[in-house]
Write a protein that binds this ligand. Structure first.
Ligand SMILES: [Mn+2]
Length: 389
């Protein structure tokens, strides 16, 4: 039992969660962006906030960028700024959804000129990766159609494949392309990358460095996300996660807030499939917006929720589970899984943090740090970072 506990603690110390730069900025719904005091004005200030999450959790050393929201003159200098704060720049996220030219799509647009513009942006994102040392380019396309007959859905797949090929061929040695899917919104009739199958089919054709990213908010209600995770891992094509919670659509709430049991089931399949091993190359990222709650504590809470789900998944007695499954013991097998889920792992995680020289309670430590008050006092004037800049 002691060995198991040591192994679980070692795995928890090794896991990292990437936080998104946009989680620190202002965000909102399609109805209203609520401004919060103390919000970062620049990519550097976003990194200052991310450094606090890393300081108090110890497992969030990388920050995902979004271009153009995090556009700077000198990306190498931004990477150096991150390093000085104990961080690295992580995944680069492209944006081909906030330009009038993209009304009918970006890489799938019927007009070749618009497609060229979109692909050029994706190539520019790879230039950013070269400067920042980022491994992953994450692609999400808002492309799709609102009405039957609006465009040729097969031709749009061809255009998508051409665009992905050009960008994939531009990637350097260790760089990867992560293709994200989403079943609807902003397109309402047909989305060009609506599901993992479509993303997987494109990735298969592109090559081994193209992988699927699973945003937990991008599925229809009732979808068995852990099955998708198990399948992609089994095929060696799970690039990573955009963790968040949903009640209805793509709500982007704190990971593990709406359905901690689902997050546990996902993390169990990750553990079962070897997805925590560094060689598996699974990126654990957050993709969230904090519209009504304080941002930095919300990110800390999300990181902790991912850790709790991971700890419970690691505690599943795999030997007992396999035996029950072999015996056809339905209730016994289910009980093994539920025992792990019902375990209070907070004392274990507190122990892990103390062994890493951290405060056992990251949220309390953050609250005591005075950072929340300091940014409100110091970040006066300027334009708060948000979805538009
Ligand atoms: Mn996402």
């Amino acid at each position: 039992m002691t060995d198991v506990r040591q192994a679980v603690k070692a795995a928890l110390k090794a896991q990292t969660v990437e936080t998104p730069s946009w989680a620190y900025g202002d965000s909102g719904t399609r109805f209203k962006v609520f401004a919060q005091p103390g919000v970062p004005r620049t990519p550097r200030e976003k990194l200052d906030d991310a450094a606090k999450v890393q300081e108090f959790t110890g497992v969030a050393p990388t920050v995902a960028l979004h271009i153009p929201w995090d556009r700077v003159e000198d990306y190498a200098a931004l990477a150096a700024y991150a390093r000085e704060r104990g961080l690295r720049l992580g995944t680069v996220n492209s944006n081909t959804f906030q330009d009038d030219d993209y009304r009918l799509g970006s890489v799938c647009h019927p007009d070749a000129k618009v497609r060229r513009k979109a692909v050029d942006h994706l190539l520019a994102c790879v230039d950013v990766m070269d400067a920042t040392g980022s491994r992953d380019l994450k692609l999400w396309f808002a492309d799709g159609t609102n009405y039957p007959g609006q465009d040729d859905v097969r031709a749009r797949q061809d255009r998508l494949a051409d665009a992905l090929r050009e960008v994939y061929d531009r990637l350097g040695g260790a760089q990867r392309m992560l293709l994200e899917y989403k079943f609807f919104e902003p397109a309402f009739y047909a989305t060009d990358v609506p599901d993992w199958g479509t993303a997987y089919a494109h990735c298969l054709k592109l090559g081994p460095r193209a992988r699927v990213v699973v945003d937990t908010g991008h599925h229809a209600p009732g979808t068995n996300i852990e099955f998708i995770v198990a399948t992609l891992l089994r095929e060696g094509r799970l690039g990573g996660f955009d963790f968040n919670s949903r009640f209805y659509a793509d709500d982007d709430l704190m990971a593990g807030a709406a359905d901690p049991f689902q997050l546990f089931r996902i993390m169990y399949e990750v553990v079962r499939g070897g997805g925590l091993e560094p060689a598996a190359g699974v990126a654990f990222m957050l993709d969230q917006c904090h519209n009504v709650e304080a941002k930095i504590p919300a990110v800390i809470r999300s990181v902790m929720n991912v850790q709790e789900a991971t700890a419970k998944a690691l505690l599943v007695d795999r030997g007992a589970l396999a035996a029950a499954q072999r015996d056809g013991d339905v209730l016994g097998a289910n009980a093994v899984l539920m025992d792990a889920y019902a375990t209070d792992v907070r004392p274990l995680l507190a122990e892990v943090r103390e062994e890493c020289g951290l405060d056992p309670d990251p949220l309390a430590a953050y609250a005591r740090s005075g950072w929340a008050r300091r940014i409100v006092e110091e970040r006066v004037g300027g334009t708060p970072a948000g979805w538009g800049a």
